[in-house]
Design a protein. Structure first.
Length: 277
């Protein structure tokens, strides 16, 4: 079986580089040596394990993409760019019929999905690519759907900590807000406490020093109105490997759907986990 060609966009960003490294280590995939990047990136090339990856800024990518497709053959695009680029990138992928996995959070998510649904391609779009976290969210979704109002009258505190370079609030935390709202809690996304200061992360949160540049920690505290009942739970991820592994699963899943001739469909990581066609 021929390897699945993958173009990872967002290099030299940490997450994009991590995914590219996993692709190089997995014979099921082949790395397309090009990457869409931001206009703020001055370099024209990034070297990863002796492979030169050509960086394409927004002003030149349109003129280059057709030649890349012709030279490389069909490929899946993976997006780990910036929240401000999410919708423009999705437009680009759809215009050039490039199926994509969107791992970047932020942007207008409803518009993002509509763009794919009105196009000739399919995509996997998820705020979190870690399969285990997605499974946890599925449990929360089940509870929200089957036990609405379960925590009515309770107060909620959500705290999240990510590396300094993460621009937006955690997509995972935002998803949890929706589930808690269904369970009767009055809580808005802008109430999520966001931590990006490495010193505070190390001293108050206890994030190990080696993971200050790459982690995702979340904590949730629910307290009853009379203060007699308290629920606390958390999920902490150190490093980026768990996201990269989930991303490659999403790429494999999407490649199979593209092979089936699917178009105009937005898949989630739940679809990937269940291998739904």
């Amino acid at each position: 079986m021929s390897p699945i060609n993958v173009m990872v966009n967002g290099i030299p960003g940490n997450m994009a580089v991590n995914v590219a490294r996993h692709i190089l280590a997995n014979e099921r995939f082949a790395l397309v040596p090009f990457s869409l990047t931001g206009s703020e990136i001055q370099a024209s090339e990034y070297t990863l394990e002796s492979i030169a990856i050509c960086l394409l800024q927004p002003e030149i990518r349109t003129g280059e993409i057709e030649a890349i497709v012709q030279a490389q053959g069909p490929f899946i695009s993976v997006d780990y760019t910036h929240p401000s680029a999410v919708n423009a990138n999705a437009d680009f992928y759809c215009q050039h019929q490039l199926p994509f996995v969107m791992g970047t959070t932020g942007g207008d998510r409803k518009s993002l999905e509509k763009t794919v649904q009105s196009s000739a391609i399919a995509a996997v779009i998820a705020p979190n690519m870690a399969k285990q976290i997605v499974g946890f969210q599925a449990m929360m979704e089940y509870t929200a759907q089957h036990f609405p109002g379960l925590f009515e009258g309770y107060t909620l505190e959500i705290r999240e900590s990510h590396q300094k370079g993460k621009a937006d609030t955690s997509g995972t935390a935002k998803a949890m807000v929706r589930y808690f709202n269904q369970m009767g809690l009055d809580f808005a996304e802008d109430q999520i406490a966001k931590e990006r200061d490495p010193k505070t992360q190390a001293t108050r949160w206890g994030v190990p020093q080696e993971y200050l540049t790459g982690h995702g920690w979340h904590s949730y505290t629910l307290t009853s109105a009379d203060q007699t009942v308290r629920f606390e739970f958390s999920h902490n991820v150190n490093g980026r490997d768990v996201y990269a592994k989930g991303t490659l699963d999403a790429v494999g899943y999407l490649s199979a759907r593209v092979g089936d001739g699917v178009a105009g469909i937005v898949y989630s990581m739940i679809d990937v986990l269940q291998n739904r066609s």
